[in-house]
Design a protein. Structure first.
Length: 318
């Protein structure tokens, strides 16, 4: 029997931190190549971004959406991005119903009922504080323009109120839930998998202030301070996809921090959570605090057959 298809005996997600991150970096490089060169689907996404965020549809006018017309230029043509307007109307209809969650107690004893009230209060507070309605609308917008949208739920240990202070850790905060939106250019997953629900792992590229990260992880300060600035890690940095993507005056303060999450599985008992910058700068590495779940949800209203990507509705309006 020919076993040439076997590449390794150990699951890469169960290896030590350095080997794990090196494998993820290799996957990320392949993904960047697909984004920038080979895939016609990604070419469609790039065109959609350029068209959606600009009303410049006349090649002779790059300064504004106004052009002159008539025998002596006495008329003014106003270029309106009607495709974007129609997409915005569609998103408004889809997200018209606001989020509303309710916790119910399974028993009628006082303790369970009080816990349900606390949970409902927390849910209402999170929806307001994290602006979940707006973020759901943004996820729907990403789905309409890029075929897929993502929302990440994480825990920010430096948020909330001051809880205590000590010499080793400095000021300790209560922490709080953190909800962020991400496009498919910020999320790495096995997009050959037809269903995101069955995906075992994901990586999210987070934008963080290098000085805050250095203060939070002093043992890895050298690696954090040497990390490239945020724009240099963008897989779209080689594509001039939008007039608003000017990085000439980008600050060096922000860097990319990668968050890897693997579900609890027989090959990775307890799952895995790894926060890293590169293979030499691993900030956290331990069990997945969500168990059998990922901390990322996906919206994909028009799945592409035999693919984990989606067909963007905005494409048909161009």
């Amino acid at each position: 029997m020919n076993n040439n298809w076997r590449t390794r005996d150990t699951y890469w997600a169960a290896e030590n931190g350095k080997n794990l991150v090196e494998e993820l970096e290799a996957m990320s490089s392949k993904y960047a190549v697909a984004v920038n060169q080979h895939s016609s689907i990604f070419a469609q996404y790039r065109r959609n971004i350029s068209s959606y965020y600009s009303n410049i549809t006349n090649g002779s006018s790059f300064e504004s959406g106004l052009t002159f017309h008539g025998e002596q230029g006495e008329l003014v043509d106003v270029l309106c991005n009607q495709a974007r307007s129609l997409t915005q109307q569609f998103i408004a209809l889809v997200t018209k119903q606001k989020l509303n969650f309710t916790a119910f107690a399974r028993s009628t004893d006082g303790s369970a009922l009080n816990q349900a009230r606390i949970v409902n209060a927390l849910i209402d507070q999170i929806i307001v504080d994290e602006k979940l309605d707006d973020k759901c609308s943004l996820m729907a917008e990403h789905d309409a323009v890029l075929g897929v949208g993502f929302m990440r739920v994480g825990w920010n240990p430096t948020a909330g109120h001051e809880y205590s202070a000590n010499e080793e850790e400095g000021i300790v905060y209560t922490g709080d839930v953190e909800v962020t939106n991400h496009t498919l250019f910020d999320v790495l997953w096995d997009y050959t998998n037809h269903s995101f629900d069955s995906a075992l792992w994901s990586v999210v590229r987070l934008r963080k202030n290098r000085y805050d990260m250095a203060a939070q992880y002093p043992k890895e300060k050298d690696g954090i301070m040497k990390a490239p600035k945020w724009e240099m890690t963008d897989p779209m940095r080689y594509q001039d996809v939008s007039e608003v993507s000017d990085t000439t005056h980008a600050s060096d303060d922000d860097i990319a921090v990668y968050e890897f999450v693997h579900k609890d599985s027989p090959a990775v008992p307890g799952g895995r959570y790894c926060l890293y910058i590169d293979s030499d700068t691993i900030l956290e590495d331990g069990d997945n605090y969500l168990g059998r779940d990922l901390n990322v949800v996906q919206m994909r209203s028009n799945p592409i057959m035999h693919s984990g990507l989606g067909y963007a509705m905005f494409t048909d309006l161009l």
